[in-house]
Design a protein around this ligand. Structure first.
Ligand SMILES: Cc1cc2nc3c(=O)[nH]c(=O)nc-3n(C[C@H](O)[C@H](O)[C@H](O)COP(=O)(O)O)c2cc1C
Length: 286
Protein backbone atom coordinates (compact mmCIF):
# COMPACT_ATOMS: atom_id res chain seq x y z
CA UNK A 1 0.00 0.00 0.00
CA UNK A 2 1.24 3.51 -0.80
CA UNK A 3 2.01 5.39 2.43
CA UNK A 4 0.33 8.58 3.60
CA UNK A 5 3.45 10.82 3.18
CA UNK A 6 3.66 9.89 -0.52
CA UNK A 7 -0.08 10.53 -1.02
CA UNK A 8 0.28 13.94 0.61
CA UNK A 9 3.30 14.81 -1.53
CA UNK A 10 1.26 13.93 -4.63
CA UNK A 11 -1.65 16.10 -3.49
CA UNK A 12 0.73 18.98 -2.84
CA UNK A 13 2.14 18.68 -6.37
CA UNK A 14 -1.37 18.34 -7.85
CA UNK A 15 -2.35 21.60 -6.16
CA UNK A 16 0.21 23.42 -8.32
CA UNK A 17 -2.39 23.03 -11.09
CA UNK A 18 -3.94 26.09 -12.73
CA UNK A 19 -7.45 27.02 -11.62
CA UNK A 20 -9.93 29.67 -12.66
CA UNK A 21 -9.00 32.92 -10.84
CA UNK A 22 -6.71 30.76 -8.70
CA UNK A 23 -9.75 29.57 -6.73
CA UNK A 24 -8.23 26.07 -6.20
CA UNK A 25 -11.75 24.64 -5.91
CA UNK A 26 -10.79 21.15 -4.82
CA UNK A 27 -10.80 18.91 -1.78
CA UNK A 28 -8.78 15.71 -1.49
CA UNK A 29 -9.46 12.68 0.69
CA UNK A 30 -6.63 10.24 1.20
CA UNK A 31 -6.48 6.95 3.00
CA UNK A 32 -5.91 3.24 2.56
CA UNK A 33 -3.60 3.88 -0.38
CA UNK A 34 -6.35 5.62 -2.34
CA UNK A 35 -7.20 9.24 -3.17
CA UNK A 36 -10.55 10.87 -3.85
CA UNK A 37 -10.91 14.25 -5.55
CA UNK A 38 -13.97 16.37 -4.73
CA UNK A 39 -15.18 19.66 -6.19
CA UNK A 40 -15.34 22.34 -3.49
CA UNK A 41 -18.40 24.31 -4.53
CA UNK A 42 -17.95 26.84 -1.76
CA UNK A 43 -15.27 28.25 -4.09
CA UNK A 44 -17.57 28.59 -7.10
CA UNK A 45 -17.64 32.00 -8.80
CA UNK A 46 -21.42 32.25 -9.24
CA UNK A 47 -21.35 35.37 -11.43
CA UNK A 48 -18.88 33.99 -13.96
CA UNK A 49 -19.36 30.27 -13.72
CA UNK A 50 -23.00 29.54 -13.03
CA UNK A 51 -22.89 25.87 -14.04
CA UNK A 52 -19.44 25.19 -12.61
CA UNK A 53 -17.73 24.50 -15.93
CA UNK A 54 -14.52 26.34 -15.01
CA UNK A 55 -14.63 24.90 -11.50
CA UNK A 56 -14.78 21.31 -12.80
CA UNK A 57 -12.15 22.06 -15.46
CA UNK A 58 -9.84 23.35 -12.73
CA UNK A 59 -10.33 20.08 -10.83
CA UNK A 60 -9.61 18.19 -14.06
CA UNK A 61 -6.32 20.05 -14.33
CA UNK A 62 -5.49 19.07 -10.74
CA UNK A 63 -6.37 15.43 -11.49
CA UNK A 64 -3.99 15.42 -14.45
CA UNK A 65 -1.27 17.11 -12.38
CA UNK A 66 -1.74 14.38 -9.75
CA UNK A 67 -1.28 11.61 -12.31
CA UNK A 68 1.73 13.37 -13.86
CA UNK A 69 3.34 13.68 -10.41
CA UNK A 70 2.53 10.03 -9.65
CA UNK A 71 4.30 8.88 -12.83
CA UNK A 72 7.33 10.92 -11.85
CA UNK A 73 7.34 9.14 -8.48
CA UNK A 74 7.16 5.71 -10.21
CA UNK A 75 3.46 5.14 -9.59
CA UNK A 76 0.74 4.14 -12.02
CA UNK A 77 -2.77 5.49 -11.51
CA UNK A 78 -6.13 3.94 -12.14
CA UNK A 79 -8.89 6.56 -12.22
CA UNK A 80 -12.65 6.20 -11.98
CA UNK A 81 -14.24 9.47 -13.02
CA UNK A 82 -17.55 10.62 -11.51
CA UNK A 83 -18.13 7.25 -9.79
CA UNK A 84 -21.36 8.56 -8.21
CA UNK A 85 -22.72 10.23 -11.35
CA UNK A 86 -22.57 13.72 -12.88
CA UNK A 87 -24.37 15.52 -10.01
CA UNK A 88 -22.01 14.32 -7.30
CA UNK A 89 -19.09 16.44 -6.09
CA UNK A 90 -16.95 13.30 -6.07
CA UNK A 91 -15.10 13.81 -9.36
CA UNK A 92 -12.54 11.02 -9.29
CA UNK A 93 -11.30 8.03 -7.35
CA UNK A 94 -7.64 7.25 -7.88
CA UNK A 95 -5.87 4.00 -7.02
CA UNK A 96 -2.10 3.82 -7.15
CA UNK A 97 0.18 0.95 -8.11
CA UNK A 98 3.94 0.78 -7.97
CA UNK A 99 5.58 0.88 -11.37
CA UNK A 100 8.97 1.24 -13.11
CA UNK A 101 11.09 4.28 -12.17
CA UNK A 102 10.53 7.12 -14.62
CA UNK A 103 13.67 8.21 -16.52
CA UNK A 104 12.34 11.79 -16.78
CA UNK A 105 11.24 12.16 -13.13
CA UNK A 106 13.40 15.19 -12.32
CA UNK A 107 12.38 17.05 -15.50
CA UNK A 108 8.71 16.24 -14.93
CA UNK A 109 8.69 17.55 -11.38
CA UNK A 110 10.56 20.64 -12.63
CA UNK A 111 7.84 21.22 -15.26
CA UNK A 112 5.12 21.00 -12.58
CA UNK A 113 6.95 23.62 -10.55
CA UNK A 114 7.78 25.85 -13.54
CA UNK A 115 4.31 25.96 -15.16
CA UNK A 116 2.55 29.26 -14.62
CA UNK A 117 0.24 31.72 -16.33
CA UNK A 118 2.47 34.40 -17.82
CA UNK A 119 0.17 37.10 -19.19
CA UNK A 120 2.98 39.34 -20.49
CA UNK A 121 2.75 39.90 -24.21
CA UNK A 122 4.34 37.12 -26.26
CA UNK A 123 7.24 37.84 -28.59
CA UNK A 124 6.54 37.96 -32.31
CA UNK A 125 8.32 34.65 -32.98
CA UNK A 126 5.76 32.44 -34.63
CA UNK A 127 4.75 29.16 -33.04
CA UNK A 128 5.45 26.51 -35.68
CA UNK A 129 2.30 24.75 -36.92
CA UNK A 130 3.88 21.41 -35.96
CA UNK A 131 4.36 22.58 -32.36
CA UNK A 132 0.73 23.72 -32.21
CA UNK A 133 -0.48 20.42 -33.65
CA UNK A 134 1.73 18.51 -31.16
CA UNK A 135 0.06 20.35 -28.28
CA UNK A 136 -3.40 19.71 -29.71
CA UNK A 137 -2.48 16.01 -29.97
CA UNK A 138 -1.52 16.02 -26.31
CA UNK A 139 -4.98 17.37 -25.43
CA UNK A 140 -6.66 14.82 -27.69
CA UNK A 141 -4.78 12.02 -25.94
CA UNK A 142 -6.84 12.99 -22.86
CA UNK A 143 -10.05 12.52 -24.86
CA UNK A 144 -10.83 16.18 -25.52
CA UNK A 145 -11.46 17.80 -28.87
CA UNK A 146 -8.61 20.23 -29.60
CA UNK A 147 -8.58 22.48 -32.65
CA UNK A 148 -5.59 24.66 -33.51
CA UNK A 149 -6.74 28.02 -34.82
CA UNK A 150 -4.23 29.38 -37.30
CA UNK A 151 -6.32 31.75 -39.40
CA UNK A 152 -5.69 35.31 -38.21
CA UNK A 153 -9.24 36.47 -38.93
CA UNK A 154 -10.68 33.65 -36.84
CA UNK A 155 -8.17 34.38 -34.08
CA UNK A 156 -9.23 38.01 -33.92
CA UNK A 157 -12.91 37.07 -33.75
CA UNK A 158 -12.20 34.56 -30.99
CA UNK A 159 -10.13 37.04 -28.98
CA UNK A 160 -12.89 39.62 -29.24
CA UNK A 161 -15.54 37.12 -28.27
CA UNK A 162 -13.65 35.92 -25.22
CA UNK A 163 -12.58 39.36 -24.05
CA UNK A 164 -15.91 41.04 -24.42
CA UNK A 165 -18.46 38.33 -23.95
CA UNK A 166 -20.25 39.87 -26.90
CA UNK A 167 -20.61 39.18 -30.57
CA UNK A 168 -18.14 40.99 -32.78
CA UNK A 169 -20.92 43.18 -34.08
CA UNK A 170 -21.17 44.60 -30.58
CA UNK A 171 -17.64 46.01 -30.64
CA UNK A 172 -18.05 49.64 -29.58
CA UNK A 173 -17.55 52.28 -32.24
CA UNK A 174 -15.76 54.45 -29.69
CA UNK A 175 -12.99 53.13 -27.46
CA UNK A 176 -13.92 52.12 -23.92
CA UNK A 177 -11.03 51.54 -21.51
CA UNK A 178 -12.36 48.14 -20.41
CA UNK A 179 -13.00 46.74 -23.89
CA UNK A 180 -10.14 46.38 -26.37
CA UNK A 181 -10.84 47.82 -29.78
CA UNK A 182 -10.63 45.71 -32.91
CA UNK A 183 -7.34 47.45 -33.80
CA UNK A 184 -5.82 46.66 -30.39
CA UNK A 185 -6.94 43.06 -30.60
CA UNK A 186 -5.62 42.74 -34.13
CA UNK A 187 -2.25 44.08 -32.97
CA UNK A 188 -2.02 41.49 -30.18
CA UNK A 189 -3.06 38.61 -32.41
CA UNK A 190 -0.97 39.54 -35.43
CA UNK A 191 2.17 40.15 -33.42
CA UNK A 192 2.14 36.78 -31.79
CA UNK A 193 1.27 33.25 -31.07
CA UNK A 194 -1.18 30.55 -31.91
CA UNK A 195 -4.36 29.37 -30.29
CA UNK A 196 -6.14 26.11 -29.60
CA UNK A 197 -9.80 25.64 -28.75
CA UNK A 198 -10.38 22.79 -26.28
CA UNK A 199 -13.85 21.35 -25.96
CA UNK A 200 -16.05 18.33 -26.48
CA UNK A 201 -19.16 17.24 -28.26
CA UNK A 202 -21.17 17.89 -25.11
CA UNK A 203 -21.35 20.46 -22.35
CA UNK A 204 -21.52 18.49 -19.11
CA UNK A 205 -19.38 17.65 -16.07
CA UNK A 206 -17.64 14.54 -17.48
CA UNK A 207 -16.57 16.53 -20.54
CA UNK A 208 -15.43 19.52 -18.45
CA UNK A 209 -13.31 17.24 -16.29
CA UNK A 210 -11.76 15.80 -19.43
CA UNK A 211 -11.10 19.27 -20.90
CA UNK A 212 -9.37 20.26 -17.65
CA UNK A 213 -7.15 17.18 -17.86
CA UNK A 214 -6.41 18.01 -21.49
CA UNK A 215 -5.56 21.63 -20.62
CA UNK A 216 -3.12 20.47 -17.94
CA UNK A 217 -1.47 17.84 -20.11
CA UNK A 218 -1.05 20.26 -22.99
CA UNK A 219 0.25 23.00 -20.70
CA UNK A 220 2.87 20.75 -19.08
CA UNK A 221 4.10 19.70 -22.51
CA UNK A 222 4.23 23.36 -23.60
CA UNK A 223 6.23 24.17 -20.46
CA UNK A 224 8.74 21.41 -21.27
CA UNK A 225 9.05 22.86 -24.79
CA UNK A 226 9.61 26.41 -23.51
CA UNK A 227 6.23 27.69 -24.74
CA UNK A 228 3.98 29.94 -22.71
CA UNK A 229 0.24 29.28 -22.30
CA UNK A 230 -2.62 31.57 -21.30
CA UNK A 231 -6.13 30.12 -21.08
CA UNK A 232 -9.05 32.43 -21.78
CA UNK A 233 -12.33 31.36 -20.27
CA UNK A 234 -15.04 31.56 -22.82
CA UNK A 235 -18.02 33.73 -22.07
CA UNK A 236 -19.63 30.42 -21.45
CA UNK A 237 -22.96 31.49 -20.10
CA UNK A 238 -23.70 33.92 -22.88
CA UNK A 239 -25.60 31.54 -25.07
CA UNK A 240 -25.45 33.58 -28.27
CA UNK A 241 -21.69 33.76 -28.08
CA UNK A 242 -21.31 30.07 -27.45
CA UNK A 243 -23.60 29.27 -30.33
CA UNK A 244 -21.63 31.56 -32.63
CA UNK A 245 -18.37 29.99 -31.54
CA UNK A 246 -19.75 26.55 -31.96
CA UNK A 247 -21.02 27.05 -35.48
CA UNK A 248 -18.72 29.67 -37.00
CA UNK A 249 -15.44 28.60 -35.54
CA UNK A 250 -15.75 24.89 -35.12
CA UNK A 251 -18.39 24.05 -37.70
CA UNK A 252 -20.67 22.60 -35.05
CA UNK A 253 -18.18 19.86 -34.26
CA UNK A 254 -17.41 20.94 -30.73
CA UNK A 255 -18.75 22.81 -27.74
CA UNK A 256 -15.77 25.02 -26.84
CA UNK A 257 -14.81 24.96 -23.16
CA UNK A 258 -11.70 27.12 -23.17
CA UNK A 259 -9.54 29.02 -25.63
CA UNK A 260 -5.81 28.64 -25.08
CA UNK A 261 -3.28 31.18 -26.34
CA UNK A 262 0.21 29.84 -26.94
CA UNK A 263 3.40 31.77 -27.65
CA UNK A 264 6.99 32.46 -26.71
CA UNK A 265 8.11 34.67 -23.87
CA UNK A 266 11.35 36.59 -24.49
CA UNK A 267 14.45 34.71 -23.41
CA UNK A 268 15.93 36.15 -20.24
CA UNK A 269 12.69 37.80 -19.12
CA UNK A 270 12.42 37.90 -15.32
CA UNK A 271 10.66 35.03 -13.56
CA UNK A 272 7.18 35.85 -12.35
CA UNK A 273 6.42 35.47 -8.65
CA UNK A 274 4.38 32.29 -8.13
CA UNK A 275 0.70 32.63 -7.35
CA UNK A 276 0.02 31.40 -3.82
CA UNK A 277 -1.53 28.02 -3.00
CA UNK A 278 -3.89 27.16 -0.15
CA UNK A 279 -2.19 25.32 2.74
CA UNK A 280 -2.34 21.55 2.33
CA UNK A 281 -4.30 21.18 5.59
CA UNK A 282 -7.13 23.24 4.07
CA UNK A 283 -7.61 21.01 1.02
CA UNK A 284 -6.81 17.60 2.48
CA UNK A 285 -9.07 15.39 4.56
CA UNK A 286 -8.09 11.92 5.71
C1 LIG B 1 -10.46 26.64 -16.33
C2 LIG B 1 -9.50 27.79 -16.26
C3 LIG B 1 -9.86 29.03 -16.80
C4 LIG B 1 -8.97 30.11 -16.77
N1 LIG B 1 -9.33 31.30 -17.35
C5 LIG B 1 -8.44 32.33 -17.40
C6 LIG B 1 -8.76 33.54 -18.10
O1 LIG B 1 -9.86 33.69 -18.66
N2 LIG B 1 -7.83 34.52 -18.14
C7 LIG B 1 -6.60 34.38 -17.54
O2 LIG B 1 -5.79 35.29 -17.61
N3 LIG B 1 -6.27 33.24 -16.85
C8 LIG B 1 -7.16 32.22 -16.79
N4 LIG B 1 -6.82 31.04 -16.15
C9 LIG B 1 -5.51 30.93 -15.46
C10 LIG B 1 -5.65 31.13 -13.94
O3 LIG B 1 -5.96 32.47 -13.65
C11 LIG B 1 -4.35 30.68 -13.25
O4 LIG B 1 -4.16 29.31 -13.48
C12 LIG B 1 -4.36 30.93 -11.75
O5 LIG B 1 -4.41 32.30 -11.44
C13 LIG B 1 -3.14 30.30 -11.05
O6 LIG B 1 -1.95 30.85 -11.56
P1 LIG B 1 -0.84 29.95 -12.26
O7 LIG B 1 -1.44 29.33 -13.49
O8 LIG B 1 0.27 30.91 -12.58
O9 LIG B 1 -0.42 28.88 -11.27
C14 LIG B 1 -7.69 29.96 -16.15
C15 LIG B 1 -7.34 28.71 -15.61
C16 LIG B 1 -8.22 27.64 -15.67
C17 LIG B 1 -7.80 26.30 -15.11
Amino acid sequence: MIGQPVLERLVELACLAPSVHNTQPWMWHTGRGRVRLYADRTRLLPDDDLRGRNLVMSCGAALDHFRYAARALSLDTEVTRLPEGPRSDLLAEISLLRSEPSPSAAEDIAALRARCTDRRRFTSWPVPAAALEGLAEEARARGAVALPVTDVGTRIRLELLTKQGHLVSAVPAFPRPDIPTVAETRAVVESSDGAIVIGAEVDEPAAWLQSGEALSSMWLRATREGLSVVPLSLPADVDAVRTTLRHDETHGAVVPHVLVRIGWQAIGRSQLPRTPRRPLAEVLAR
